[in-house]
Design a protein around this ligand. Structure first.
Ligand code: EZ4
Ligand code: CO
Length: 422
């Protein structure tokens, strides 16, 4: 009996085109310089190494275990240049697809491999992606205060620092704590306790209070400054539509995460009622979370990020899909996304044709010291720098001085005690 050679064929691990490109080491580094970070370092036979971020705020060790126990052992001996094949291996090969834990782990490997490839090519990553589409990357900073007056003052401080785009969050009278309002004004950090702290939320009071903030901001600073606001998944679709409508006179750059987006169709209702631009996606892990929102043009900015949505290889597909529908990128860039993600994102931002804006929350000096980086801030813009790779490194000796500290994000309840969306 003749057997088809195609059926007979067995595949070995894809061979590296040259010995020097083989992966010889792949490790996880966990540290807490001001906050927790999970970093992947991959090294080739030639001694070229790449760095990737795998930080998932409040769930760091789950990703580290997934990397250590399930993904990294597979990499040894593979060709570091076969980024796509390794991505597909990690995604399809798990059988269990998607989800934040798995996609953050894949992202870290993917970014480390892009870093290696750009170093092998002796190019800054943006050059390898297709070259710069712009001179610099527009970023927005975070201004927050307990009262409208305090927030207005903070926005002024950001204008003085050179920002032309600013997110404004304010406390709501009667509520002890509000999303986005922090103790430290410059270094916002929501993960504040070993077990989640409990906060209280009241949408009725919020909906009447927030328009007053933006009215005052426009009165004081005029029409030029780009203003953003994050609803942090607190509203129902109808309430979100109401907020969008009431903010229309103040011409926001965007209104973010107005309602949970598991049900992507919910945004139809919001969209029908308001022209305020909508941004969604910081907690998305794959293109499937974005698909209906994009294809039905229910949003204006997609926030799915490199670290939580499968790395450069996957987010590039999301950005390309979005471009078909005139939707632009607006990557998440809070402090829990490490400088490694910030560096990789800035290269992506400089290249991607349908770039919108990049969120930028400053890391603490401790974090910056552990992750030396080539990116620089100037007058409201960031530039990724021109060093080969993504331009971010990790000082491992220093990282060791900041061991992991268990920290979780808060939870929130309505005034009657009902569990709600933080
Ligand atoms: O709450 O990154 O737009 N930014 C945000 C962030 C998120 C944190 C969660 O880890 O919503 O502040
Ligand atoms: Co947000």
């Amino acid at each position: 009996m003749k057997v088809s050679p195609l059926i007979e064929q067995q595949h070995d691990i894809p061979k590296a085109s040259a010995r020097g490109r083989e992966i010889v080491d792949a490790r996880v580094i966990i540290c807490s310089p001001g906050r927790n970070f999970v970093t992947v370092k991959i090294t080739t036979h030639d001694g070229i190494y790449g760095i990737g971020d795998a930080t998932l705020n409040g769930r760091e060790l789950a990703v580290a275990a997934y990397l250590n126990d399930h993904l990294l052992p597979n990499l040894i001996g593979r060709d570091a240049g076969r980024i796509e094949d390794i991505w597909q291996f990690a995604y399809r090969g798990a059988y269990w697809r998607r989800g934040s834990v798995k996609m953050s782990a894949i992202a870290a490997i993917d970014v480390a491999l892009w870093d290696i490839k750009a170093k092998m090519a002796n190019m800054p990553l943006y050059d390898l992606l297709g070259g710069a589409s712009r001179d610099k990357v527009l970023v927005y900073g975070h201004a927050n205060g307990n009262t409208i007056e305090e927030t207005v003052e903070e926005v002024g401080r950001y204008i003085d620092m050179g920002y032309s785009a600013i997110r404004a969050q304010t406390g709501v009278p009667g509520l002890k704590a509000s999303y986005g309002v922090s103790k430290d004004k410059l270094f916002y950090e929501p993960a504040d306790a070993e077990l989640p702290s409990e906060t209280v939320w009241n949408t009725h009071d919020y909906l009447t209070h927030i328009p007053k903030l933006f009215e005052k901001l426009r009165q004081d600073y005029g029409d030029g400054v780009r203003l953003l606001h994050d609803g942090h998944h607190r509203m129902t679709p109808r309430e979100a539509a109401q907020l969008g409508k009431s903010l229309e006179p103040y011409n926001l750059f965007w209104l973010e995460d107005v309602t949970p987006a598991e049900d992507q169709d919910a945004f139809r209702l919001i969209r029908q009622h308001t022209t305020t631009p909508l941004a969604v996606g910081e907690i998305f892990s794959s293109i499937w979370d974005c698909k209906d929102l994009i294809e039905n043009q229910l949003i204006d900015y997609i926030r799915a990020t490199i670290v939580h949505a499968g790395g450069i290889t996957h987010v590039r597909r999301i950005a390309d899909l979005a471009a078909l529908y005139q939707i632009r990128t607006g990557f998440h860039g809070a402090t829990d996304l490490s400088p490694v993600t910030m560096g990789a994102a800035l290269h992506f931002d400089l290249w991607v044709p349908n770039f919108g804006i990049q969120e930028y929350m400053r890391h603490t000096p401790e974090t910056d010291a552990v992750f030396p980086h080539a990116y620089t801030f100037d007058q409201g813009y960031l530039h990724p720098g021109d060093t080969p790779g993504h331009g971010v490194d990790i000082d491992e000796a220093l990282a060791e001085k900041f061991p992991y500290k268990p920290m979780q994000l808060p939870v929130t309840r309505l005034t009657d005690g009902t569990m709600w969306n933080w």
